[in-house]
Design a protein around this ligand. Structure first.
Ligand SMILES: [Zn+2]
Ligand SMILES: [Zn+2]
Length: 161
């Protein structure tokens, strides 16, 4: 919460070069199945939340932007490639997975449903294993150290956990 009791959100890219802070209530959260979102995110669909009437500030570097159509820009970190924004006549939307705590931003609508990949509705039926289960028989996995920026603001660009 901010001083005037508005909700505060923060997040950024995987390397931490680009960070954002939002004060105020977010707009609608969605997933978009369109082919451009699949490509831009390298994913099955794009999870995005509209900034709406909240205030967005880039607290480190701003994202670089690719003009993906005459109506839209796509922001990303030029250092690590994390997709960060979709910017159009609707205003700015941010990639939900880039937030420090994406668990509170649940999508409420799907867009461009005609582009949905045929297996998306069956993903939850796939066999699932935890990382701990994965380590059984693969002890070398325990030595892996993350170089990802932590899920909170840090003092210096490039600070590592
Ligand atoms: Zn980055
Ligand atoms: Zn889309």
């Amino acid at each position: 919460m901010s001083l005037d009791n508005r909700p505060v959100f923060a997040g950024g890219c995987q390397c931490g070069a680009v960070r954002f802070r939002i004060e105020g209530a977010l707009g609608h959260a969605s997933i978009c199945h369109c082919r451009m979102c699949q490509k831009a995110f390298g994913a099955f669909y794009a999870p995005l939340v509209n900034v709406g009437s909240a205030e967005l500030a880039w607290t480190r570097r701003e994202p670089n932007r690719f003009r993906s159509s005459n109506a839209a820009l796509r922001g990303f970190c030029a250092e690590c490639g994390t997709p960060l924004t979709y910017e159009s006549l609707d205003g700015v939307s941010l990639a939900i997975g880039a937030f420090d705590d994406p668990s509170t931003i649940a999508p409420t609508i799907q867009f461009s449903a005609e582009g949905k990949l045929p297996y998306v509705d069956r993903l939850h039926d796939l066999p699932a294993r935890t990382t701990d289960e994965e380590m059984v028989g693969n002890p070398e996995l325990a030595d892996i150290r993350s170089l990802q920026h932590p899920d909170h603001d840090t003092d210096a660009e490039g600070s590592r956990p």
